[in-house]
Structures are given as structure tokens and as C-alpha cells.
Ligand binder design. Sequence first.
Ligand code: NAD
Ligand code: WQD
Length: 353
Amino acid sequence: DSSSLEQQQSILVTGGAGFIGTHTVLQLLREGFHVTIIDNLDNSVPEAVDRVRDLAGPALSRNLHFYLGDLRNKEDLEKVFSRTRYDGVIHFAGLKAVGESVAKPLLYYNNNLIGTINLYEFMGRYGCKKMVFSSSTTVYGQPDKIPCIEDFDLRAMNPYGRTKLFLEEMARDIQKADPEWRIIHLRYFNPVGAHESGHIGEDPKGIPNNLMPYIQQVAVGRLPELNVYGYDYPTKDGTAIRDYIHVMDIADGHVAALRKLFATGDIGCAAYNLGTGRGTSVLEMVAAFAKASGKKIPIKLCPRRPGDATAVYASTEKAQRELGWTAKYGIEEMCRDQWNWASKNPYGYRSQP
Ligand code: NAD
Ligand code: WQD
């Protein structure tokens, strides 16, 4: 029967020690998949994987393997591919800080492009031609229209965004040349929140770039106030609007994408938005977090951040129709779970500042 077949399905998860990776790996284990992580721990820590094991419990943890390795290093890939036969790959590994990509474009092109090219080469060589790739709302640039629909023309605004755009285009070429490939690009909007246990969550190095981790650090007293970038946007309260989505919804979106890859029917190379379809302003997010945490979040109104769009949110129809997936959580749950993680782990996975 299909459930016992699924029991044996084995998934390689690159970047599985990271923010979205840990939450997704946990869901995969709970769904009965065998999981192998390859991660170079450039932006993550072993403790994160240990906590996934704790949450999964001893029985399911036996189905989780971790390799310390870098996708740019073919010897590491050879080790990972020669030991196990994978039914599919979920590819999270990459660098993701927009500002850093502007300052260090070569680092971003080197890591994100070469790592992914190597991965496709090894997948092809070992006959594993099913891929779920982490794409991003960044491929819509500053959209002319909202909600963003998957067949919009794509444009990138910075080197990070261009790596995602190039890698989507490359995958379309790979699939065209060899129709055996089945590739799903998941375009995440703004992933936030944490597992409801508060045991795993996002733990950025240094001062956070993104809104929610920044608010979180203000709430726990690590940072004095939030800089609100732009208060003169043509929106209801003057601040920019985004589609924030709970990381557990993102994790479930990956399970749905895998099921699509394993189902019959033509997929080719397809893209799906993972968003809620709802827009929230910066000030609305601050208010929701203050309510969930009971903490004051002091703000400072600042000029716009260069490159930021006014309002971005997803059309959710295609993912609902073709993946049978839709986001379950709203802003309240995102803030509740982010605060639970923050209050239990004010310094993230480290116990000391
Ligand atoms: P993350 O930094 O927490 O996780 C990425 C993981 O990949 C890290 O554990 C890092 O150590 C690892 N890694 C990086 N380069 C590697 C390499 N060459 N070899 C092996 N491991 C490597 O980031 P995340 O938020 O979990 O994002 C995961 C993916 O989703 C990324 O590709 C990111 O671009 C994409 N994405 C993220 C967001 C977001 O806001 N978090 C939004 C859209 C898309
Ligand atoms: C959200 C809003 C800021 C920080 C980024 C990437 C995108 C994707 C998701 C990876 C904006 C405002 C922020 C702060 C603020 N990632 N803000 N003060 O820029 O929508 O998207 O993450 O693929 O590619 O660009 O997310 O969280 O940085 O910002 O006022 O300290 O919060 O101006 O309006 P963004 P964000």
C-alpha cells in the first residue's frame, strides 16, 4: 500500500540545519520519510539538528542522517550520493542576505550558483531527477500588480535575487533537455514564526536584516528599538506591506510539493507561491507582536530602505489548486509562536550572549 511505500522514501535535504530546513525536516520525519541533511553550518548550528531529533523522538530520529558538507565540494556530494539512493531532493542550501549580496556579489554567485549546479550534476548522475527548490518572492522584483501570480515576468533587484532567477531559468533548461526531470520551484513570501514547541526557530547571526527577527530582539531587550523603514508609502498606515507566512505552513508546503513530484501526471518544471494571500503592514506586525508578547516595541520612523517594494503579496490559487496546499496560520499565530521561541531562547541556540 502507498503508506508503506512512502515509509521507504528517502529525501536529501540541503541546508536542512537552517531556519526553514529544520522545520521541514521535522515534518518530513513525521510523515514517514527518511531524511539525509547536507549542510556546511555556515549559517546554522548542530544544536538545531539535535533539537529536531528531540522533537521527532528516538524512533523517527533513526531516519535522520546529517552530513557536514558543502555543495561546492564535489567530494562531499560524492559521499552523500554514493551512500544512499534518494527519491527526491529539497534544496534549501544557499546564502540569503540581500544587503550582503550587494556588497559581496561573487560570494553569492559562487555559493548559490556553483552549489546548485553541482547538485543537479550529481542528481542526474545518480538518477534522482525530482527536485524541490527554494525560490523566493524576490523573483517578482517590485511587481506592477498584486497579488503576484506565478506566470508574471520575473525580474530581480539585487545579486541574491538574480541567483534565484538564474537558478529557476537553469532548471527550466535542464528539464527541457531531459523531460524525466520533475522540478518544483516554491516561491516563499516572508517566512516567520517558529515550531509551536518553541524548541526550534530562526537564529540569525549578528544584527537581523529581516523584520520579525529584529522585532523579536527588541522584545527580548537585545536591541533598543525597531527602525521602521519608510512611513510615506501609499498604504493604509504609510508602511510597506508584505505577505508573512508561518514557517510550519512553509514546511507543509514542501510535503505537498514532494507528493506532487511522486504522483503521476505531467509536471515538467513548475513554480508555486507559498504565501497566505494577505498583506500586513510593518506597523500592523509590530502591534501584533506587542500584543502576543505583552512587550513594548519602541519604534523609530526612518527613511525607506533602498530597493524595497511598497506592497507585495501572493496569489495562492495555483498552490491550492495543484498542490492542495493552503496556509493555515494567521499573523496572531505567527507572533505567538515566534514569541514562544524568543522567550524560551532569547539568544537563539546559544545559551549565552
Ligand atoms: P538559512 O540560512 O537558515 O538556511 C540555509 C542553510 O544552508 C544554512 O544552514 C547554511 O549553513 C546552509 N548552506 C549555505 N550554503 C551552503 C553550501 N554551499 N553547502 C551546504 N550548506 C550550505 O536560510 P533559510 O531562511 O532557511 O532559507 C532557506 C532557503 O530558502 C534559502 O535558499 C533561501 O534563499 C530561501 N528563502 C528564504 C526566505 C526567508 O526569508 N527565510 C525567503 C525566500 C527564500
Ligand atoms: C519586511 C518589511 C522592510 C527590517 C526579504 C527578502 C526577500 C525574501 C524575504 C529571501 C519591509 C521592513 C525590515 C527592519 C523594517 N527573502 N523592515 N525594519 O525585504 O520583504 O524580503 O525576505 O528570499 O527576498 O528581500 O523582508 O523582513 O527584510 O522586510 O521596517 O529592521 O519590513 O522595509 O517593508 P523583505 P524584510
